[in-house]
Design a protein around this ligand. Structure first.
Ligand code: AMP
Ligand code: GLY
Length: 429
């Protein structure tokens, strides 16, 4: 069979790499892909933008694609799944209405309120004066969020009232995020440990993937600005089987059931970004309606089951009898970013020494391109170097040994991915 993956990041390289291993799959296309997918033997890059829905439909028809898998949120929020289904093409992902769980934070907060899914206290504003009043009343720290999609940059955790007011004004008055920031959510500041909990859903049944933990800040010790994610590991040991069940009962099942009650079927990856406090109380920070990046890389690196078979079954509403098998140990991904990421990343630098990955490691590409048999940087997050081992420490040692060999001008990465967890020493608890 033939599969088509939409997107060009590290998440999509990992999806294509995993799908390509299925014995059912003869060929994987990726639109548009990156330098890493261009180097893969059974994967072919197709030069169509991931937001060009009409061209993607034409391509899928021409090639008689058996399953299309959507990586990023923007085409999902623009209704790519609806259009594929209208054209009788098999696709895995949520329709536009369901994708609002991610594309509108106001929609998602109202939804959580309606269905009693635990989340931070909040209010929505379109008027700066009213927002200022609320901020002054609530005090800092406080969290300001643009309603719409803002590529991970629409959330400001303000430690002072001034910072909160500046962030609110940049969205409501100065239109920093355009329409996405014409409405802001002002939210209670939560403390605890963050977890990414992702499931596959076929509209009815739910197949949970293993847990993971992202590292959102640019610099070591969780300093510096928020990014799309600088590294992740799986599993997240805080998610014991007891907490797993609690997350399913309090967040995931009520979400899928709540969508059904609202007349919206959710098919696709559902990603709950969770904050777990010291008493193991759960609050939902956000929903995404896709896999995480970089969480996908360590999660899929541990998945033993055939992902293509599972996603095809999900697209056919038949995952109730599927279970996922996992490697026992841990996997870790460290993102190598370009100079000046996350602002204006420098691009077009040649990358050297990419060929050292062994059996238990892999270099997933993100912002790279292939020209004349050389790989160049082409985006902010460049590589997701991934390794697995018996323990997180083991995986971490391998990943940094591999990174030490890779070179390009201005490369930056965190040297502490997984370190906080290793210090806690609770892997087997
Ligand atoms: P979001 O896109 O809503 O997940 O927010 C991005 C990041 O901002 C999260 O991963 C958290 O690190 C942080 N964040 C979001 N909401 C809150 C909150 N209510 N309290 C504390 N930190 C938050
Ligand atoms: N790594 C966070 C995200 O994919 O949204």
């Amino acid at each position: 069979m033939k599969a088509l993956i939409i997107g060009n990041g590290g998440r999509e390289h990992a999806l294509a790499w995993k799908i390509e291993q299925s014995p059912h799959v003869k060929k994987v296309f990726i639109a548009p892909g990156n330098g890493g997918t261009a180097l893969e033997e059974k994967i072919e890059n197709i030069d169509i933008d991931s937001n060009d829905i009409d061209q993607l439909v034409l391509f899928a028809k021409k090639e008689a694609i058996d399953l299309t898998i959507i990586g990023p949120e923007v085409p999902l929020s623009n209704g790519i799944v609806d259009t594929f289904i209208e054209n009788n093409l098999k696709v895995f992902g949520p329709k536009k209405l369901a994708a609002q769980l991610e594309s509108s934070k106001d929609f998602s907060k109202l939804f959580m309120e309606r269905h009693k899914i635990p989340t931070a206290k909040y209010k929505t504003f379109t008027n700066a004066r009213d927002a200022h009043k609320y901020i002054n009343k609530e005090g800092a720290p406080i969290v300001i969020k643009a309603d719409g999609l803002a590529a991970g940059k629409g959330v400001v955790v303000a430690m002072t009232i001034d910072e909160a007011i500046t962030a609110t004004d940049s969205m409501l008055e100065d239109n920093l995020f355009g329409d996405a920031g014409a409405r802001v959510i002002i939210e209670e500041f939560l403390t605890g440990e963050e977890v990414s909990f992702i499931v596959i859903c076929d509209g009815n049944s739910i197949l949970p993937l293993e847990s993971s933990q992202d590292h959102k800040r640019l610099l070591n010790f969780d300093q510096g600005p928020n990014t799309g994610g600088m590294g992740a590991y799986s599993p997240a040991p805080i998610v014991t089987s007891k907490l797993h069940h609690k997350i399913m009962n309090e967040v995931i099942v009520p979400t899928i059931e709540g969508m059904k009650k609202d007349g919206i079927e959710f098919t696709g990856f559902l990603y709950a970004g969770l904050m777990i406090d010291n008493n193991n109380q759960i609050k939902t920070l956000e929903f995404n309606c896709r896999m995480g990046d970089p969480e996908t890389q360590p999660i899929l690196f541990r998945l033993k089951s055939d992902l293509f078979e599972i996603l095809l079954a999900a697209a056919n509403k038949k995952i109730q009898n599927y279970k996922a098998e996992w490697d026992e140990g841990s996997a870790i991904t460290v993102v190598i970013a370009a100079k000046d990421y996350p602002n204006q990343p420098k691009i077009n630098d040649e990358i050297f020494n990419l060929s050292h990955a062994q059996k238990d490691s892999y270099i997933f590409h993100a912002g790279t391109s292939l020209r004349n048999e050389k790989i160049y940087t082409s985006g902010g997050r460049v590589l997701g170097v991934t390794a697995k081992g018996k323990s997180l420490k083991d995986a971490q040692e391998q990943v940094y040994a591999l990174i030490n060999k890779i070179k390009f001008n201005g490369m930056q990465y965190r040297t502490d991915i997984g370190q906080k967890e290793i210090k806690k020493n609770r892997e087997k608890s």
